[in-house]
Design a protein around this ligand. Structure first.
Ligand SMILES: C[S@@+](CC[C@H](N)C(=O)[O-])C[C@H]1O[C@@H](n2cnc3c(N)ncnc32)[C@H](O)[C@@H]1O
Length: 363
């Protein structure tokens, strides 16, 4: 048993079998021994590849989408964009490098709960005091006179460990955050639902069933489904901040009940599938497909390939091809970047992989 497993075992000795979500929470986010505290991350040198980590093209498309939303709203200044689950800041870097039209109004708020990843953001992003991201509605001078605030020039980039308490005007984007929010698990046994808790047997963490209420869906004996209460709460909190766009792998509870649980509750380590979720706690990512029907109903659900096309990925690829033709005889970084757009677009829109992800939008 590792240190984290010993702590969970002690907890079980004290309290009896604990919910799976508590163990997943510690495995991923324990500030000392959790996966994201001990070097776990997205990226080529990390444990899994996400759309921003494929290359800068995903961020360039997001930058175009931000410009559309900014214009739709009448070009507000400040324009607050919150990127939740921002990791080490790769998407933010690509969005800013694309020089969106909204840049001068942009307040880009990275929200990342892992301190280790937040520390890496400052390596490549000019982080400023978080207070600067949220301009006051009005300012008072020393005589007590009220003036419109002095508007700073963006982009202003700040970092927080949790969502700010804003009401209604921000845009929240989140790539592969919801699948990393701790879940509980139910199993159908003898015609009724049970909660899969984590117990202890001969000093080993084991699954143990406790009778529980569950969804009213047809399910065979042995079927499992996730319970995504925390993800649903996150969507509600994010929705309070403004409109929300979440990119993730998703399904429905009823469909997940027909699949093997190891297909939708997965572990990753060093770009490979890891061990069973209760093994090697803290040493591997634990991720669960998002049961869309358990969340606040989205205004729109699109597949990532279609969403990227709707927001101009094809034009960006055509630009890339043109720049490559113009500069291939020079063979500089700009030429190489332009050429790599073609491959990036193929990965981001591949229906068998990232292109098949869902884009869930709440207005
Ligand atoms: C799978 S990674 C994705 C990182 C990045 N968005 C990307 O696409 O490469 C999920 C990230 O979300 C963070 N995270 C999970 N829950 C969070 C929450 N409630 N608030 C902020 N960050 C969270 C994790 O620490 C982790 O860095």
């Amino acid at each position: 048993m590792n240190e984290l497993e010993r702590r969970v075992a002690d907890e079980i000795r004290r309290r009896g079998p604990v919910p799976f979500s508590e163990v997943m929470e510690l495995a991923l986010y324990d500030p000392e021994q959790g996966f994201y505290a001990t070097g776990g991350a997205a990226g080529r040198r990390g444990d899994f590849i996400t759309s921003p980590e494929v290359g800068p093209l995903f961020g360039a498309v997001v930058a175009r989408a931000l410009d559309e939303w900014w214009k739709d709203r009448g070009e507000p200044d400040p324009f607050v964009v919150i990127e939740a689950g921002a990791g080490a800041g790769t998407l933010a870097i690509a969005v800013l490098a694309a020089h969106p039209m909204c840049a001068s109004a942009l307040r880009y708020v990275l929200v990342e709960r892992s301190a280790a990843l937040r520390a890496r953001q400052a390596d490549h992003l000019p982080l400023e005091d978080p207070a600067l991201a949220f301009a006051p509605d009005r300012a008072e001078d020393e005589d007590g006179d009220v003036h419109p605030p002095e508007v700073a020039t963006g982009p202003i980039v700040v970092s927080l460990d949790s969502l700010p308490r804003l009401h209604g005007f921000a845009v929240v984007i989140a790539n592969e955050l919801l699948d990393n929010v701790p879940v509980d698990i139910l199993e159908r046994r003898d015609g009724r639902w049970h909660e899969v808790r984590v117990g202890l047997e001969l000093d080993e963490l084991v699954e143990t069933l406790v009778p529980a209420d569950g969804p009213d869906i047809a399910a065979r004996d042995g079927a499992r489904v996730p319970v995504q209460t925390a993800a649903a709460r996150w969507v509600r909190d994010a929705r309070d901040c403004g409109s929300v766009v979440a990119f993730d792998y998703a399904d429905t509870t009823a469909s997940m009940a027909t699949r093997d649980a190891s297909e939708w509750l997965r572990t990753y380590r060093g770009h490979r599938r890891g061990d069973a979720p209760l093994r090697g706690l803290g040493s591997q990512d634990i991720t669960c497909e998002v049961a869309v029907d358990q969340l606040l109903p989205p205004a729109r659900v699109t597949q990532q390939a279609a969403w990227l096309r709707a927001h101009g990925i094809d034009e960006l690829v055509e630009d890339g091809k043109r720049v490559w033709e113009e500069r291939k005889h020079i063979g500089d970084l700009e030429a190489m970047r332009a050429r790599s757009r073609v491959n990036e677009a193929a990965s981001l829109t591949d229906p068998e992989s990232l292109g098949g992800f869902f884009v869930l939008e709440w207005d």
